[in-house]
Design a protein around this ligand. Structure first.
Ligand code: ATP
Ligand code: MG
Length: 395
């Protein structure tokens, strides 16, 4: 929802403000570049103007531009707005027009903020609120409705941001993902199975600025083409959040290893497979100059993810393994998967066979696991990573 004649989108970013001047400038540069790439990917046009703690996108497509900004990492919120003269009269006129266009009954509030030196305007933000509020009140009456103010939780909220050279009137703050602009951190490898969890985990690292290198481990007969297609679909969705980055899915074969683990190992085989995956991911990280691995594990979510079992799988890796979902409940992870758009692909039935044994170990001992797993497990992981297939994600 935006006021009539909206011509700009206010883009707010969060944590960038607390950085040193130099770091902040670099991050803002990157954010502007990423916004540009997002607009280009969606065929949108707009001029990005940078100001302290804000970006302004001047555009004829404020709705779509605000949506694109709200999908860009580092953006806290975006508001399609109308620019007016920084005078009480102009602001009131815009508030009246917005009310006439969008008021739909219920309570209202006018929320104003003023930026700049204290003598920049001959009025205070409270004057905008009281006089603007009075104008909105009269407008609602003229629409033959009963006005009522609720400052805490209004049904209809009008915002004014008044700066020295212009004022902006808007009706909503569309929530973005927050975090840091993508590309402001070194990349990490993301182990992506295409299930509900791992794409969310990868997305969370992206939201902290890390580009991801997705690695899918092909389980041979235990996975299958549908399983792989599902992983690829979720990687494509992740790629849509990274329009400026090249993205490829790295496919590491584990068909033969899985068959051997199945034949040679008992209750511990899932853990050996998880260790194989981490070592393969680390080998890919090394060749892609990535500095960590991200997985979708959450404590206790399945037998291979008990706190004890995470300890023994982790011991296979020397790079840090990031587990952003570690302490999250499945319901919250699922909600996030829905929000970012990976849920539907993730829940496509792949009919894949299960590698897990009937009664998997939940409290594994590292020495016992090392003794039970094939001695060349890690070498095979590195060799399969070396021989990986790289599937470019076309956009
Ligand atoms: P997800 O829901 O993410 O598919 P999961 O809950 O099924 O994971 P596991 O199968 O134990 O749990 O996998 C734990 C983590 O290991 C996953 O979140 C993912 O990061 C990684 N992983 C599992 N299987 C694969 C695979 N075939 N390819 C790449 N990574 C995988
Ligand atoms: Mg899971």
């Amino acid at each position: 929802m935006h006021p009539p004649e909206a011509d700009v989108v206010l883009v707010r970013h969060g944590e960038l403000g607390v950085k040193s001047e130099q770091v902040r400038r670099k991050m803002e540069d990157r954010l502007a570049q990423n916004l540009r790439a997002m607009f280009d990917a969606r065929g949108l046009s707009g001029d990005i103007e940078r100001r302290r703690n804000r970006l302004f996108v001047h555009t004829a497509e404020p709705d779509a531009v605000a949506d694109a900004a709200a999908d860009t990492f580092g953006v806290v919120s975006a508001s399609p707005a109308r620019t007016v003269e920084p005078t009480l009269e102009s602001i009131e006129a815009a508030l009246v027009a917005a009310t006439e266009a969008h008021y739909d009954g219920g309570t209202f509030a006018v929320d104003a903020a003023r930026a700049g030196p204290s003598d920049a305007h001959p009025f205070a933000s409270t004057d905008i609120e009281s006089e603007g509020g009075a104008a909105v009140w009269d407008t609602i009456e003229s629409l033959s409705q009963d006005p009522a103010v609720d400052l805490d939780d209004p049904d209809f909220r009008l915002f004014v941001e008044c700066r020295q050279d212009a004022a902006y009137v808007f009706l909503e703050k569309r929530a973005g993902p927050g975090g840091l602009p993508l590309g402001t951190q070194r990349p990490v490898v993301a182990l992506v199975s295409g299930g509900i969890d791992s794409p969310v985990a990868a997305w969370k690292l992206m939201a902290r600025g890390c580009p991801v290198v997705p690695v899918y481990v092909d389980l041979g007969d235990y996975g299958g083409p549908d399983h792989r297609a599902r992983a690829r679909a979720t990687v494509e969705t992740l790629a849509s959040y990274a329009p400026g980055e090249e993205m490829a899915m790295h496919v590491v074969d584990a068909g033969a290893v899985v068959a051997d683990l199945e034949a040679e190992m008992g209750d511990l085989r899932m853990l050996a497979l998880r260790r194989y995956m981490l070592v393969a991911a680390e080998a890919v990280a090394e060749s892609e100059q990535a500095v960590g691995v991200v997985t979708g594990e959450a404590i206790g979510q399945k037998s291979s993810q008990t706190s004890a079992n995470i300890a023994v799988t982790d011991a296979a890796a020397s790079l840090p393994v990031h587990r952003p979902l570690l302490a999250m409940d499945k319901a919250d992870i699922t909600n996030l998967a829905r929000r970012i758009g990976t849920f539907e692909d993730a829940t496509v039935d792949t009919g894949c066979n299960r590698v897990a044994p009937e009664l998997p170990e939940t409290n594994a001992d590292l020495y016992a696991l090392r003794a039970a797993e094939p001695s060349d497990l890690f070498e095979r992981a590195r060799a399969c990573a070396e021989a990986r297939e790289v599937v470019l994600i076309e956009r």
